[in-house]
Every structure is written in structure tokens, then in C-alpha cells.
Design a protein around this ligand. Structure first.
Ligand SMILES: [Zn+2]
Length: 360
């Protein structure tokens, strides 16, 4: 792969070597030189899944792949929506798109022998799988609300799972500390280095191919904001390349009670939503970037209650679509957007169904 890119902090603008995963100030990192401002064509790509976009994503020799990406887009007329079935990725969620890229980076560019991650389950399983594929050791720090099923899945993939009590930020700090403790360890975070989000931009590339143009809108569950940022970047690169004329409106859906991004858009939904266990991130480090991307796309963020989430999950299950609760927030959020007139009656948004159903 290419030489290590220089990175700069999104908060304090300090520059870092590419092997640094997070700025000491706590900020997330972006490339100093963009990956490529323009994607002029999606045709002529070979391979399947993410590998089809290897030049746009900067993937080189030694890309660690399990065939991620290339997920179906299915029309569901009864729901007035298109469903992007991300649960069909190798470990059951969209996180495989980012994990394949960030673990490739750790193994081939940084030369790490061990990766650490902090996750409530899906990102942890994804990083564990790609670490196993690359022959790296993997430690995942999880918040206390991690479900038994998600923990078991990470452990089955060889991860050393360590539960950290207290706020979500202390789970991150435990991962950062562990990465510093042992030489050859890389913090394969799904938030702080830019690589995970880059992998997620493949969703935008696929949607343009599958729809044959620009979708009416994209509605996605949102915790850290990887899909919002990845999709915006992917669509915007295609727009600059003249492949599409505009970026579609992107809408983020959060869990009531833990909805800092929706709060920036005047969200006033009250209550708690612990059922959406993958979305409980009170302080996403890229919050400002996510808000900017939503605004630039013409979208916004809303949050949904536990009852609405459960109802949406049951409706999807009755249509044969086996998603986890956090994913079903996309459908509940789409309903809320329609009620508020933010989605037109005739519009058929893409709902990004981020992960497969897991018991518990
Ligand atoms: Zn900084």
C-alpha cells in the first residue's frame, strides 16, 4: 500500500504521522491530503464488494477482505422505501466496510501485530474478524450494556473482550491506554482515524449504481456518524466528478435520550431508547462534522423512542427482513420525517439497515 498519509486533528489542527490513531487532545484525525476529491466514473471496476472501488478508496496490495460490501438494495413497497441490507456483510453489519480498510491499514502500513477497539458489539466483531484474517491479535473494550450475544460473537472471532463500567468515554480511554501500553499495537478505531469512514463511502458508490442515479433520500441510524460522513463524502466525490448532479438529503436517526446530533436540529423527542443498543454514544467525536454533512446534504437528524423502534423492528420482521433494533430506527425515523413533512409522500428513501438481528 501507499506510504503513510499525514493526518491532522479535526479539533486542534495539529499534524501527526499516519501511525497516530487519535490526537493527544482527544480529537479525531483527517488526511492532510484528501484521498481524492473526484470520482469520475464507477464503470469498469472489477471484483466484488469494496474491491470494486479499490482505486477510489485507495486500497492497494494486501487489502484484507472477507468479501464485504456489495449488499442488496431491495424495494419494499408496503413501507414506501428501499432497504439497503447491510446485515448481509460477513460479520452481520456495515462495520465490515470500515473494519476491512482500517485493519488493512494497521497490518500493511503501520505494521501492527495487535489491534484494540472500543465497541458495543458490531464494530468489535468486525475488527475482530479482519484482525483474525490478517493474523493480528485483537482486544475489544465494551460498555457494560453490551449484550451477551454480541459479546459471544466477538469472542468467537478470537477477540479478548473487556467490559468497562462507567460512561462511554471511559471505554474509549481504556482502549487508548491499552494501545499505548504495548509496542506494535494500533488503535483500530471506527471513529478517530479517517480510514473507517472512507470504507463506509462505498455505500454511496453502491447506491448510485443500484438506483441508477441519485436516491430520493438516505435515512440511516447514527451513533458516531460513520455512515453519514462516508455517504456524504462518497456522493460528493461523485458529484464533483460529474457522475451525479447532486448529493441526496441524508437523514440521521438517533436513540431518544442519547441523541446529541438530533439535539443540534431542535429535536424534542423525550424518553429513553435502550433497545437501540448500538446507538448509545452521548459524545461522538466527529459531531461537528456530522452536523455539517447533514446540513450540506439538505437533511437533518431526528431521534426515536423505544416503542417506535420496537414497532419498526416488528414490521420489518413481518416482511421477512431480519434486522436488529438499532437498524430498525431507520424505519421509525423515516416515519417521523414523513410526519414532519421532511420527506415527501411520493419519496422513497433508502433505509440503511445497518445490522442483522442478534438475540438479547
Ligand atoms: Zn488535536
Amino acid at each position: 500500500m501507499d506510504l503513510l498519509p499525514r493526518l491532522s486533528c479535526a479539533w486542534c489542527e495539529r499534524e501527526h504521522e499516519g501511525s497516530v490513531a487519535r490526537c493527544p487532545c482527544g480529537g479525531p484525525l483527517d488526511r492532510v491530503e484528501p484521498l481524492g476529491r473526484v470520482v469520475g466514473s464507477l464503470s469498469g471496476a472489477s471484483g466484488a464488494g469494496l474491491s470494486r472501488f479499490s482505486s477510489a478508496l485507495g486500497l492497494g496490495e494486501g487489502f484484507v477482505s472477507l468479501g464485504e460490501g456489495g449488499t442488496p438494495l431491495v424495494q419494499e413497497e408496503s413501507l414506501g422505501a428501499w432497504l439497503k441490507l447491510e446485515g448481509l456483510n460477513p460479520t452481520g453489519s456495515f462495520k465490515d466496510r470500515g473494519a476491512s480498510v482500517v485493519v488493512s491499514y494497521a497490518a500493511n502500513w503501520v505494521g501492527a501485530s495487535r489491534v484494540v477497539e472500543d465497541s458495543s458489539g458490531n464494530a468489535g466483531a468486525a475488527v475482530a474478524a479482519y484482525a483474525a484474517r490478517a493474523g493480528l491479535e485483537c482486544v475489544v473494550f465494551s460498555p457494560a450494556h453490551v449484550t451477551d450475544a454480541k459479546r459471544a460473537r466477538m469472542e468467537a472471532l478470537g477477540a479478548d473482550v473487556r467490559v468497562v463500567e462507567g460512561p462511554r468515554s471511559s471505554v474509549t480511554e481504556a482502549a487508548v491506554k491499552e494501545a499505548k501500553r504495548e509496542e506494535g499495537t494500533y488503535y483500530a478505531s471506527h471513529t478517530y482515524p479517517p480510514f473507517f469512514v472512507e470504507g463506509c463511502s462505498s455505500i454511496a458508490f453502491e447506491l448510485v449504481e443500484q438506483v441508477g442515479g441519485v436516491p430520493d433520500a438516505v435515512v440511516t441510524p447514527c451513533a458516531m456518524g460513520s455512515i453519514v460522513l462516508g455517504c456524504f463524502e462518497g456522493f460528493d466525490r461523485l458529484r464533483r466528478g460529474g457522475v451525479i448532479e447532486e448529493v441526496p438529503a441524508i437523514f440521521a436517526v438517533q436513540a431518544a435520550g442519547v441523541d446529541p446530533i438530533a439535539a443540534r436540529f431542535g429535536n424534542d423527542v423525550e424518553g429513553e431508547n435502550r433497545l437501540a443498543d448500538g446507538l448509545l454514544v452521548p459524545e461522538p467525536p466527529r459531531l461537528g462534522q456530522v452536523v455539517d454533512a447533514l446540513e450540506a446534504s439538505g437533511g437533518c437528524a431526528v431521534s426515536v423512542t423505544e416503542d417506535k423502534t420496537r414497532g419498526a423492528m416488528e414490521r420489518l420482521h413481518r416482511r421477512g427482513v431480519l434486522v436488529e433494533a438499532s437498524s430498525a430506527t431507520a424505519l421509525a425515523g423515516g416515519d417521523a420525517l414523513r410526519e414532519r413533512g421532511l420527506l415527501g409522500r411520493g419519496e422513497e428513501p433508502v433505509l440503511v439497515l445497518t445490522g442483522a438481528w442478534t438475540p438479547g
